[in-house]
Design a protein around this ligand. Structure first.
Ligand code: CU
Length: 113
């Protein structure tokens, strides 16, 4: 009986750290994959006009597959108004757009290199 208890404790103390390392490694791997797929979905656009007071910008954009939209020039809202401070007319950007409350909205933004 005593022997069984010691064996059980040994197994538990060895198994727990291994399991938690495996879990956290898996978690960060999944996060890296999610970030990579966001990056690969980002679309190129060029800033045509910025309207800071309205929180909107006009973009000439490539095809937006998630919205079923061909390349065109159109007005978007932005999820984060501070992005409008980080761009100027003529800038090339990379972005993701979604329909938020019925309005096409830039939900991810990166200045293009
Ligand atoms: Cu469009």
């Amino acid at each position: 009986m005593k022997h069984t208890l010691i064996t059980t404790l040994l197994v538990v103390s060895v198994a727990v750290p291994v399991a938690s390392i495996a879990a956290s490694d898996h978690g960060s791997h999944q996060m890296a994959q999610a970030q990579a797929s966001v990056d690969s979905q980002m679309v190129e656009g060029q800033v045509k006009k910025i309207d800071k007071s309205a929180g909107k910008l006009t973009l000439s954009h490539g095809p937006l597959l998630n919205l079923g939209m061909p390349a065109m020039t159109m007005v978007f809202r932005v999820k984060d108004a501070t992005w409008l401070e980080q761009m100027k007319e003529g800038d090339k950007i990379r972005f993701l757009a979604e329909k938020v409350n019925g309005a096409f909205t830039v939900v991810e933004f990166k200045a293009a290199q």
